[in-house]
Design a protein around this ligand. Structure first.
Ligand code: SF4
Ligand code: SF4
Length: 390
């Protein structure tokens, strides 16, 4: 691979957050302290070096920023206070923007106005759609609005909304998966000369599933306080349950029926709601207090995701309570508000914002494992493995 130096790379990366590595004298203490680094994936020192030298192609082909789970040990160890842990976080934002072919990721990471504008635009479109639906299907403002009409309106609303939910999910996952494909392309094709047998991709899929569901790498960090891992341990199963329900069991979940209290549909919903609230509140308190290293340098995108998650969950819980109490009219309005928060979160944050980490991280571990196994199978000398590892 031909390697060219791009002197503008450092300033390009700095737009995405803190990257004060001028003082770094490459002592390597950060790499030594990191519990997740190893010979074949050595960070954060090496990746900082790529940026300092303007090695953009090597940076784009590297999976290493995604192998860091931001415990902050390297930042507290660095003798020059260059904050290598935060530099890795900044690089993850930069890479997310590079993988995204639409350019929206770059805009929302670099500009608060763009992120808020994108979320508000989608939210307003959703409210307009809901308003049009109500005008044509059921007019909630009519004085003769009877309980029978309310029931009809509610039935129509949830019936139609199932189609709407599927469309929203299709849009989100189309962008998310196409960007994930670009990550694969940059790191395994364009930037790598390693020949990977296709069967290796299949046999290692278990790595992707294991890390995607358990986030066990958080637990492997040296950090004494495991609360970060516990939060993710709650969050990810909740996302997986929500994903499975919305993709495979939507008609069963999004229904006009109110099931009895012992029904699994309700308890799955309660578990997901508790996990989302626990994680979002924990994250917001942590970022507000700034006691931990990983919370010290929050950008606007770090705040948006937990705020939206909390608002979505609370508004969803309110819809559930109002329906349970039989308050149809207020349920309609609250549900419209819930959609105006949840849909922008799914359409903007999931494929373009901070939420992308949920798929890029396990994908990186999977691709790194595939790469290492391919190199071992080809019995390349250790120097070659190190050369290809970035
Ligand atoms: S510990 Fe600090 S100075 Fe040493 S290599 Fe890491 S970032 Fe550079
Ligand atoms: S933040 Fe933690 S996991 Fe990330 S490079 Fe530093 S020590 Fe390693």
């Amino acid at each position: 691979m031909k390697i060219k130096s791009d002197p503008s790379l450092v300033s390009e990366v700095r737009i995405y957050g803190k990257f004060d590595t001028n003082a770094c004298f490459q002592c390597g203490s950060c790499t030594v302290i990191c519990d997740l680094t190893k010979d074949s994936a050595s960070f954060p020192r090496r990746i900082v070096r790529y940026v300092q030298f303007g090695l953009k192609k090597l940076l784009l082909s590297s999976l290493e920023p995604w192998l860091c789970y931001y415990c902050g040990d390297c930042s507290t160890t660095c003798p020059r206070q260059t904050e290598p842990g935060e530099a890795m976080m900044t690089l993850r934002r930069y890479l997310t923007a590079q993988y995204d072919w639409t350019g929206l990721s770059s805009k929302i990471y670099r500009s608060k106005a763009w992120e808020i504008g994108a979320l508000l635009t989608v939210g307003v479109i959703v409210l307009l759609l809901v308003a049009v639906y109500h005008l044509y299907v059921v007019d909630l403002t009519l004085p003769e609005f009877t309980s029978e009409a309310e029931a009809v309106g509610m039935e129509h609303m949830f019936g139609k909304i199932a189609i709407f939910t599927r469309i929203v999910f299709f849009i989100s996952y189309f962008f998310l998966l196409s960007n994930a494909f670009r990550m694969y392309w940059f790191t395994m094709h364009r930037g790598s000369e390693v020949k990977i047998p296709f069967l290796l991709y299949l046999s290692e899929l278990k790595t992707f599933i294991l890390h995607g569901i358990t986030q066990k790498r958080f637990r492997d960090c040296k950090e004494k306080d495991k609360s970060h891992w516990v939060k993710h341990w709650f969050l990810i199963p909740a996302f997986v349950i929500m994903f499975m329900i919305l993709v495979f069991f939507l008609d069963w979940f999004q229904t006009d029926n109110i099931y009895p209290i012992y029904h699994p549909q309700r308890w799955l919903g309660y578990f997901v709601a508790c996990a989302f609230i626990f994680t979002a509140v924990g994250s917001l308190i942590g970022r507000f207090k700034k006691r931990k290293q990983l919370h010290k340098f929050s950008t606007h995108t770090d705040w948006t995701f937990p705020i939206l998650l909390l608002l979505t969950t609370v508004s969803g819980a309110a819809v559930h309570i109002f329906r349970y109490l039989g308050l149809s009219l207020i349920t309609h309005y609250t549900y419209a508000l819930h959609l105006a928060i949840a849909v922008p979160m799914l359409v903007v944050e999931l494929p373009f914002g901070k939420w992308t980490h949920m798929i890029y991280r396990p994908l990186a571990i999977y691709l790194q494992t595939v790469k290492e196994k391919a190199l071992q199978q080809q019995q390349l000398p250790e120097e070659a493995i190190l050369d290809h590892a970035g």
